[in-house]
Design a protein around this ligand. Structure first.
Ligand code: AMP
Ligand code: MG
Length: 330
């Protein structure tokens, strides 16, 4: 029976909530098209206008990095390097230099599967228009793809290319890096619960207030369906798929992940999802494992203690890393 006593309890409960939870705390979100993809931010903030400003700060950071790293913007730092670095060493910003060093680390770790000089041939593909280089163009340009063609000199902070025709593109790591930069900005503002995602690369700050975030892995052959949902807290997750940018010709799928060994679309997998501590790492590794294929890719993942993976193979079958089995058997 509803009594005075119940009313009192209710009043105490409401007062407690008001005391411990600021009145206007809420989820705030934003979405914009930047870096050729959909950037979305969702965060929890006590103050609506400060929360909205934080979302805008993340978007601004993405725009800043796009201007610096885009191969399509004529005056980006990356475009300048592609134009000049075969003729002379080019002095670059500290941030760009660090990204080139990081890319080098992933090239070594993956025995060359991750290689930003893929662009020496990669720039000849236009997936929207269905354009691809001829076999002879690929054969001639193949020696240009080799991360060892990039010379970095820390003393002067310069980059140069060993051969004319070498090109770089940070498409396999830049979105993850931007997501990490965005998360850093939110942390500096004292935000404890957030999700930033840029196309296939996402990172979560904290949990979804008392429960995990749930991030879906898209079914590669059915846009409307999720192949799996993963509960995650304080993690990054990246998916590389053969369905993101591609065209088909004579039954062959030409997609945007290039094997440095062949200069052609890599392997047979449909998608690779990597879960790890930050999005720069998961982004680079999702592209790398896609190139390496199921066997070598999963062997690498299982050697890396901070990384887990879900691979969807050519038959649409799901393969998971040891971390999933270990978690299930605990
Ligand atoms: P993601 O969707 O993160 O796997 O990134 C795919 C993008 O990475 C492509 O659109 C290219 O810009 C770039 N990319 C393709 N092949 C490679 C490769 N072998 N190593 C590094 N980056 C690559
Ligand atoms: Mg990637």
């Amino acid at each position: 029976m509803w009594s005075i006593h119940n009313h009192l309890l209710l009043l105490i409960a409401v007062t407690c909530c008001a005391l411990f939870q600021p009145l206007h705390a809420a989820w705030i979100s934003g979405e914009e098209a930047i870096m050729g993809t959909k950037v979305s931010v969702q965060l929890w903030h006590q103050d609506k206008s400060q929360g909205e400003a934080a979302v805008q700060a993340v978007m601004e950071e993405f725009r800043r990095l796009d201007k610096k790293l885009s191969p399509y913007i004529e005056h980006s730092e990356l475009a300048l390097v592609n134009r000049m670095a075969a003729s002379e060493p080019v002095v670059i910003s500290e941030e760009f230099y660090r990204l080139l060093e990081t890319s080098h680390v992933y090239s070594e770790l993956t025995k060359g599967a991750f290689d930003i000089t893929f662009a020496s041939i990669g720039h000849r593909y236009d997936y929207r228009k269905g354009v691809k280089p001829s076999d002879s163009t690929i054969d001639t340009a193949l020696p240009l793809i080799d991360y060892r063609n990039i010379r970095l000199a820390a003393a002067n902070r310069t980059v140069s290319f060993e051969k004319p025709g070498v090109r770089i593109d940070l498409g396999g790591i830049a979105k993850g890096y931007a997501v990490d930069r965005g998360i850093e900005l939110l942390q500096q503002r004292g935000i404890g619960h957030a999700l930033i995602s840029a196309g296939g690369d996402s990172r979560l700050l904290g949990d979804h207030r008392g429960r995990p975030w749930h991030i879906g892995i898209q079914a590669p052959r059915d846009k409307e369906r999720m192949a799996a949902m993963l509960p995650l807290v304080d993690n990054a997750i990246s998916t590389s798929g053969d369905y993101e940018r591609f065209f088909e010709r004579d039954g062959v799928r030409y997609h945007h992940i290039i094997s440095p060994k062949t200069g052609r679309s890599a392997g047979t997998l449909q998608s690779v999802t990597i879960i790890g501590p930050n999005a720069t790492r998961t982004d680079a590794l999702s592209t790398s494992v896609f190139v390496l294929g199921a066997e070598k890719g999963m062997a690498l993942v299982n050697r890396l203690e901070d990384i887990d993976a879900v691979i969807i193979d050519e038959d649409g079958e799901m393969i998971t890393s040891d971390g999933f089995t270990d978690a299930g058997s605990q």
